[in-house]
Write a protein that binds this ligand. Structure first.
Ligand SMILES: Nc1ncnc2c1ncn2[C@@H]1O[C@H](COP(=O)(O)OP(=O)(O)OP(=O)(O)O)[C@@H](O)[C@H]1O
Length: 500
């Protein structure tokens, strides 16, 4: 049965200076449906939903929502009208409580004379948290006490509080663990059952195929097509996105081993939170995968190994001399590198250009005579990464905050790939990047392995862990529960049993 159309976008265009992010895009959102938006990094997905939700005004084109013209002035205006968005970027403030974040800009409803009734605000926030189905977060906690995925869950509550007719979920699932994803998809099912609609942006094509009724493909700012789920296959969608046939299975296929030499060692380490008496050895030429649910401690482990999280007992040692790693500076001196999962907060300088971000890891190697930096050498250092990773920017002087999400991630990747290191800790390195670039990143990781580098791959995607690792350590409640060796027969199911 044909569904009533809630939102119609006619010929929407959006220019940012010389960048034409959207070119006359037509897009419809029917009631009771989940609409997927897919496309390569920088194809215009976030810009389209930003126009729909009032973050940006379109350069030209028109929208109609429930039969009336739709032109929200800003996000608040859009929320009041019935369209809420969970943005890709971090959308919470660390120093405020969960409840204050949820009701930011809406505090007036809790005013009692000159005061804010925080007890009532906390109770209302808790009610919403419970309604969404989130466990383990209290409304009076400070956001800074929460990890990235928990903060993302609060953004879901923030968007949900308006009981929107259209909920937009921009690249949210890649920040969430399996359990949290389920909470979000349960919420989406409830909303669509009530006749509301959801727009999901995701690079996980299998996820899009599972949950979306309609799938719209964008390419270079243009709408390619909209397919019904029953008419789509993952391969066809990928082909439409990239513009050519995409090979399935882009992981390494070899069964090569790794060297005996230990590059990094954790000996019985315990941290303030999460890690308890954990030991591991990472070898030269090895990709050691670390998997588990998001609260298993694997992200903290990455930080602890790089000296960014205090180790209360036990020790971390690295390099030929097995130097004790107590802080990030010592880690870098011992030829270690670290890519954090929390891209915007911990991995890049958003307000700086692409050039400075990548060049920041190369001051030593790009030095000419004395302390002067060789501009030519530095330019080559940056250009190699921009070209190799196809970072979509009008020039390397573009500010990183104005890049698309996946292109920001490429900057993080490029900045570390440019540097010469022996050991790298990668926490969710392919988060938010499109399939073409993922393949390129996997290739680079394999090249690093072959060159004898030691790679610790912290990852929530089991196919990636299985496809890339020489060994996999599964963690649960801060400890290692199982070790798997590289095998062609290893299945996701076998691993999951040790995660939950
Ligand atoms: N504020 C801005 N200023 C300048 N350019 C911008 C701005 N916002 C987006 N762009 C550009 O518009 C283009 C489309 O970006 P958009 O974020 O919509 O892509 P996307 O499809 O969501 O990509 P991703 O999958 O990487 O998130 C990119 O080239 C991006 O650099």
């Amino acid at each position: 049965m044909e569904q009533k159309i809630l939102l119609e976008c006619h010929k929407i265009s959006k220019d940012f200076g010389i960048t034409k992010a959207l070119k006359e895009v037509d897009f419809n959102v029917p009631a009771g449906r989940v609409c997927g938006l897919v496309g390569e990094n920088g194809s215009g997905k976030s810009t389209l939903v930003a126009v729909i939700s009032g973050i940006y005004q379109a350069t030209s084109g028109a929208m109609e929502y429930k039969g009336a013209p739709w032109k929200p002035r800003d996000v608040m205006d859009s929320q009041r009208g019935g369209i809420s968005i969970i943005v890709q970027e971090a959308g919470t403030i660390g120093t405020l409580t969960v409840a204050e974040n949820i009701f930011l800009g809406q505090e007036g409803q809790f005013r009692k004379g000159f005061m804010i009734d925080y007890r009532k605000m906390n109770a209302e926030a808790q009610k919403l948290i419970d309604e969404v189905g989130i466990e383990g977060i209290r409304s009076n906690m400070r956001i800074m006490q929460l990890n990235l995925q928990q903060r993302k869950m609060i953004e879901i509550v923030k968007a949900y509080q308006y009981h929107p007719d259209i909920l937009i979920v921009d690249e949210t699932t890649n920040a969430l663990s399996h359990r949290e994803r389920q909470v979000l998809f349960d919420l989406i099912k409830r909303l669509t059952a009530e006749g509301r609609a959801v727009i999901i942006i995701s690079h996980d094509i299998e996820e899009v195929m599972e949950y979306c009724d309609l799938i719209t493909v964008l390419k270079d700012g243009e709408m390619v097509t909209t397919l019904k789920k029953e008419d789509a296959t993952p391969r066809h969608i990928k082909e439409l996105m990239v513009g050519r046939d995409v090979e399935e299975g882009f992981y390494r296929t070899d069964m090569d081993g790794y060297q005996e030499k230990v590059a990094l060692k954790a000996d019985n380490i315990t941290t303030m939170q999460e890690i308890m008496n954990l030991s591991l050895e990472l070898h030269a030429g090895e990709i050691l995968g670390i998997g588990g649910l998001s609260d298993c401690g694997m992200h903290t482990l990455g930080k602890a190994l790089f000296g960014e999280e205090p180790v209360l007992a036990g020790s971390v040692t690295a390099g030929i001399e097995q130097t004790k790693i107590t802080d990030a500076e010592t880690a870098v001196k011992n030829r270690m590198a670290y890519m954090s999962k929390d891209r915007d907060e911990e991995s890049i300088a958003l307000s700086a250009p692409v050039f400075e971000n990548i060049a920041s890891t190369g001051y030593e190697v790009n030095r000419g005579f004395g302390f002067l930096i060789s501009r030519a050498r530095e330019k080559k250092y940056v250009d190699t990464q921009v070209k190799g990773l196809k970072i979509r920017c009008y020039s390397s002087s573009q500010q990183v905050s104005t890049l698309s999400g996946g292109n920001k991630q490429k900057v993080v990747f490029g900045k570390w790939m440019a540097k010469d290191f022996d050991i790298i800790i990668m926490d969710c390195p392919t988060r938010g990047v499109d399939i073409g670039v993922k393949a390129e990143m996997y290739n680079l990781m394999y090249e690093l392995k072959r060159a004898g580098k030691a790679i610790l791959l912290i990852c929530e995607e089991l196919p990636e862990l299985i496809g890339m690792s020489d060994r996999i350590l599964i963690m649960k409640q801060g400890a290692i529960t199982k070790e798997f060796l590289r095998s062609k027969d290893l299945s996701e199911k076998e691993i999951i049993d040790y995660m939950i």
